[in-house]
Write a protein that binds this ligand. Structure first.
Ligand code: ATP
Ligand code: MG
Length: 383
């Protein structure tokens, strides 16, 4: 079977809790690669995965906590074998092209006769002698030939970058308000990458919004599940509550009232699922719900912290990340959102909490929440 040396990042800094993070990371990897008949070993701070199915490479690349996936060859502790393997790799990677390289050795096995600089010189010299089209560049090499001398020797040159972050499920749980837009999937991804278990919640407004609009959000959640593993996706029908708000309240407050309602319902779900926070894709901009005043009025509707990981980002940067995590193409599909169908003509962009509360008092909020909660649907989403 092919061997992959899998490097992980930040959690090596976690001191006493390191074991906890490592164990979680290992069990996450195990459950993700199991369907591919892959094997996993862990010793001396390195993860070794063995598999003949190349599909595990993108799976490992999408695993939070991992930094790099290195297809490696495993060799006995002797220079002769290492020289030949190094030459073979360099010949394959350069394929006759003029390229530069550098040998980097880490020797944790102090019993091995040569030290790291001596191995670098030996292997570098041998490759140079046999491949006239390559040259050494220690600063910006095209190819880094890496050697790890442990209980065996591991050699690798080509690596695949992974998403980094913290192992999924080590940082608590958050209900993520998921629209079908560009921002919320990016917000969800960033929280998940910090180890937060996400509970995606969407509000639709059927029959005013279409099945296609809901399916778009489902698709976004499915893409997120490539990173997190299978997810429960929750949705609620907001249409009846929206109609009541529209009838009873000053339309300038509709947007903020709707956000307070969403926030309350999300809080109910959070309490039910033992999540200690909410997450949104909000970003400071001049729409009613995304001004400082709007955010203040929204926060008043819950006792939970609301995380807004995109609050200070430029739209360009959010779009860039949406493309990187491959949610962008789905997000820009032109289906209506529940927020846009009842869009008022006039909006109070700097709502005062006292005015908002006065408007809210015109409806039976407890009733709206209870009736909407009855529409809750849970779906299991798998990659
Ligand atoms: P997005 O691109 O995420 O839709 P946006 O810039 O369009 O964000 P808004 O429509 O004001 O901004 O929504 C702000 C946040 O409110 C969203 O990021 C999301 O977290 C939440 N939200 C909006 N609409 C919905 C919805 N229909 N269901 C669940 N959450 C929603
Ligand atoms: Mg939106």
């Amino acid at each position: 079977m092919k061997l992959y040396l899998v490097k992980y990042g930040e959690i090596t800094l976690k001191g006493k809790n390191r074991r906890y993070f490592e164990n979680k990371l290992l069990s996450n990897i195990r459950s993700r690669i199991e369907p591919f008949g892959a094997e996993l070993d862990f010793y001396q701070g390195r993860i070794f995965v063995r598999s003949d199915d190349d599909r595990i490479i993108p799976v490992l690349q999408d695993t939070f906590g991992l930094v790099e996936i290195c297809p490696a060859v495993q060799l006995p502790l002797e220079m002769e074998a290492l020289r030949e393997a190094a030459l073979e790799q360099m010949a394959a990677l350069t394929a006759g092209r003029q390229m530069s390289f550098k040998v980097e050795t880490r020797r944790s096995n102090k019993g091995f006769a040569l030290d790291s600089p001596a191995i670098n010189r030996d292997i570098g010299g041998y490759v140079l002698k046999n491949l006239p089209h390559v040259r050494v560049d220690v600063h910006e090499p095209d190819i880094r030939l890496e050697i790890e001398v442990r209980e065996q020797i591991y050699l690798y040159a080509k690596t695949y970058p992974a998403v980094r972050g913290i192992p999924y499920g080590t940082a608590g749980k958050s209900v993520v308000l998921m629209s079908g837009g560009i921002d919320s999937p990016v917000a969800a991804f960033n929280m998940a990458r910090r180890g937060v278990e996400i509970v995606p919640l969407h509000f639709h407004a059927m029959p005013f919004t279409s099945e296609m609009a809901l399916d778009k959000v489902r698709k976004l959640v499915r893409r997120l599940s490539d990173y997190t593993g299978w997810l429960y996706f929750y949705h609620l029908n907001l249409s009846q509550a929206q109609i009541k708000l529209r009838e009873a309240c000053d339309e300038r407050y509709f947007t903020i009232l709707q956000r307070r309602l969403m926030t309350r319902l999300a809080t109910l779900l959070a309490e039910d699922k033992h999540a200690l926070s909410l997450t949104t894709g909000e970003n400071l901009a001049q729409v009613a719900s995304q001004t400082m005043e709007g955010i203040y009025c929204t926060n008043d509707a819950t006792h939970l912290p609301i995380f807004r990981p995109l609050i200070s980002l430029d739209k360009d940067d959010i779009v860039k990340q949406a493309k990187q995590i491959e949610t962008f193409e789905t997000s820009i599909l032109p289906y209506e959102d529940c927020c846009t169908i009842f869009l008022p003509a006039k909006v109070a962009t700097r709502p005062k909490l006292a005015d908002v509360l006065a408007e809210e008092a015109k409806v039976d909020m407890a009733r709206l929440i209870e009736d909407t909660w009855q529409t809750l649907v849970r779906e299991k989403i798998e990659a």
